[in-house]
Design a protein around this ligand. Structure first.
Ligand SMILES: *[C@@H]1O[C@H](CO)[C@@H](O)[C@H](O)[C@H]1NC(C)=O
Ligand SMILES: *[C@@H]1O[C@H](CO)[C@@H](O)[C@H](O)[C@H]1NC(C)=O
Ligand SMILES: *[C@@H]1O[C@H](CO)[C@@H](O)[C@H](O)[C@H]1NC(C)=O
Ligand SMILES: *[C@@H]1O[C@H](CO)[C@@H](O)[C@H](O)[C@H]1NC(C)=O
Ligand SMILES: *[C@@H]1O[C@H](CO)[C@@H](O)[C@H](O)[C@H]1NC(C)=O
Ligand SMILES: *[C@@H]1O[C@H](CO)[C@@H](O)[C@H](O)[C@H]1NC(C)=O
Ligand SMILES: *[C@@H]1O[C@H](CO)[C@@H](O)[C@H](O)[C@H]1NC(C)=O
Length: 532
């Protein structure tokens, strides 16, 4: 490419032209606790931000420049650099961007649980605003999806439903609770108001009211009384309709629902928190005879109905039972999966499901949190890099196997990993210290950021090739989208090597030159460029 001098000058010119885009970036205010990496501290007056291009490199000469953002265990957090395409550097790790596109991205997000929103309200107004901005605004990481528990779950302070009046099959006494009115709805509305895009909000029930269930209890093993088509099943279908209408009355459009959170939990004797048991056959018949028709009759046929909402171990069987039956399949939009057994269940479960149903039904990861089955460590580990890596790798793996988006569990928790009435504590990408009126953005937050900030709704997963055999230390995914200025391509890389940086080369046959880059040890790196 000749002398580097003109390019350096051009780079400076371009950076100044687009300086508005990046000038309001605020760096991480790092703080190290007892873990291997830092958290970024935010308070009422300060919070790190990432402004500008919404994940797309500035529309300069598309052939010459690429953007990169790096986060690393040694303290980088979405550090931005602009680089120029260069000559081919002989290299072991060569990746070539393809042009075959796969599933379309729905988005990334987290859950507005009672615990998350109670925790947010323990902060001053300005600090809470910084928290919501961090996730949802254009200077934050651009979440576009939110999960809303329908009444209580374990991450609540108490057990309740929206209608605890025994025998009220007509649901005359249905009403939202203080948890919705004081905590969840205000948080959702504030998130909506700072988000540049519409949020895709979906409801999930943990349990029907105790009186509707065989065990008269919102916890433990139990199912709905009677059978599909019966009065309890009809009432339970109306409960979904009333939930959606009640949120609408508060100015919130519910985009989707899952038919049941973790239906397998309610089949387990003495299951310790809110749950309700379903077999795939029961869910199929409930959707066909009760839930689907109730939504349509209420003018809510557009609400995206998701099945399963449980670990991938149930796939593809669960999807086959519900989606091979036209009477239930016609009401369904997607298949929701949780991450909890991903270490033990191969991705072929997703592949087999995507192959059979991916053309008509999306796959969405609807829950994940660090409470891992391997280490059994439920505590908050402030600044733990490995937990960030676990998020990043699971998202990458899901996207490489047909999944259209990834929704985290609690958006925020307190220093103990709660509140949770059952003490089923967990870690969260954002941990709040109410006494200090500050919150901590963990490595998991930045793992989410590399996807939610850059892999925008409507992007497509893109094929790529690499000229070396499987290397578990470096993994990558490529994606593309058509924007105002043409086609942009992005790639997310993870290097899990403890001490070694890894030199990679990215070729895009449509472009002139190549990207050469050293992935730092223990890092996440996003690249973006325009396709000529
Ligand atoms: C990354 O960004 C942080 C915050 O701006 C800064 O302190 C640090 O020096 C940067 N690291 C590198 C390697 O550029
Ligand atoms: C808020 O954070 C900023 C940046 O770390 C710091 O300078 C400031 O003192 C903090 N404010 C309070 C009240 O702690
Ligand atoms: C995709 O890439 C292949 C191989 O580089 C090329 O032959 C083909 O024309 C490309 N297709 C499109 C639609 O660009
Ligand atoms: C956003 O939501 C509003 C209100 O429901 C709707 O009119 C609009 O079309 C939506 N915009 C997009 C881009 O979906
Ligand atoms: C519900 O079940 C739990 C045990 O799972 C028990 O402790 C509790 O008393 C039961 N509640 C009612 C109202 O029966
Ligand atoms: C990958 O490509 C580079 C450059 O052509 C080459 O030096 C290297 O040997 C290749 N690696 C493998 C495993 O083929
Ligand atoms: C990484 O470097 C440290 C410090 O030099 C060393 O103690 C450790 O053994 C190295 N780890 C690996 C996996 O190479």
């Amino acid at each position: 490419m000749g002398s580097t001098f003109p390019y350096a000058v051009l780079l400076l010119v371009i950076r100044s032209v687009f300086s508005d885009d990046i000038s309001d970036d605020r760096p991480c205010a790092p703080l190290q606790f007892d873990q291997d990496s830092v958290v970024c501290v935010c308070n009422a007056t300060y919070c790190d931000s990432i402004a500008g291009s919404d994940g797309i490199p500035p529309p300069v000469n598309p052939i010459m420049y690429f953007s990169s953002w790096t986060s690393s265990r040694d303290g980088q957090r979405l550090n931005y650099t602009m680089g120029s395409f260069g000559k081919f550097q002989p290299n072991k790790y060569v990746y070539t961007a393809g042009n075959e596109t796969f599933q379309t991205i729905l988005g990334f997000g987290g859950a507005f649980t009672d615990a998350a929103t109670i925790t947010m309200n323990s902060l001053s107004k300005n600090t809470r605003n910084n928290l919501l901005n961090s996730y949802f605004s254009s200077t934050g990481i651009g979440y576009t999806v939110g999960r809303v528990p329908m009444a209580s779950c374990d991450f609540s302070k108490q057990i309740y439903s929206y209608d605890d009046t025994d025998g009220d099959l007509s649901l005359d006494k249905f009403s939202l609770t203080e948890e919705d009115i004081i905590f969840k709805i205000p948080a959702i509305k504030d998130a909506m108001s700072v988000s540049p895009r519409n949020l895709s909000l979906f409801g999930s029930p943990w349990s029907a009211p105790a009186w509707m269930k065989t065990n008269n209890n919102m916890t433990g093993k139990g199912t709905l009384k009677g059978s599909p088509g019966g009065s309890y099943f009809k009432a339970w279908a109306q409960y979904f309709v009333k939930f959606i209408q009640a949120y609408k009355d508060h100015g919130i459009d519910i985009w989707g629902i899952t038919a049941q959170n973790e239906p397998s939990d309610g089949m387990i004797t003495n299951f310790p928190f809110q749950c309700m048991g379903w077999t795939p056959e029961m869910q199929r018949d409930f959707i066909a005879s009760d839930l689907g028709p109730a939504l349509e009759a209420a003018g809510l046929g557009h609400v995206k109905l998701m099945i399963l909402d449980d670990d991938r171990v149930w796939l593809p069987y669960w999807a086959e039972v519900v989606l091979k039956e036209p009477a239930s399949a016609k009401y369904v939009a997607g298949i929701a999966v949780h991450w909890y057994e991903d270490l033990f269940v191969p991705t072929s479960a997703l592949d087999l499901t995507y192959k059979q149903f991916g053309d008509k039904y999306f796959l969405l990861n609807t829950e994940a949190c660090e409470q891992d089955l391997v280490n059994k460590d439920r505590s908050v580990l402030l600044g733990n890099w490995y937990r960030g890596e676990r998020y990043f790798r699971d998202i990458l793996e899901d996207l490489a196997h047909g999944v259209s988006g990834w929704v985290d569990w609690n958006l925020a928790l307190d220093r103990t990993g709660g509140p949770n009435w059952q003490n089923n504590l967990a870690d969260s990408p954002v941990i709040v210290d109410a006494e200090k009126d500050e919150f901590y953005k963990q490595p998991m937050f930045y793992a989410m950021a590399h996807f939610s900030k850059f892999v925008k709704p409507g992007s497509r997963i893109l094929s790529y090739t690499k000229n070396f055999t499987e290397d578990n230390d470096v993994e990558a995914i490529f994606y593309t989208s058509s924007e105002q200025f043409g086609v942009s391509v992005g790639a997310n890389f993870i290097n899990t090597n403890v001490n070694e940086s890894v030199s990679i080369t990215i070729k895009d046959p449509s472009n002139y030159g190549m990207i050469s880059f050293d992935l730092p040890p223990k890092s996440f790196v996003t690249f973006a460029w325009w396709r000529a």
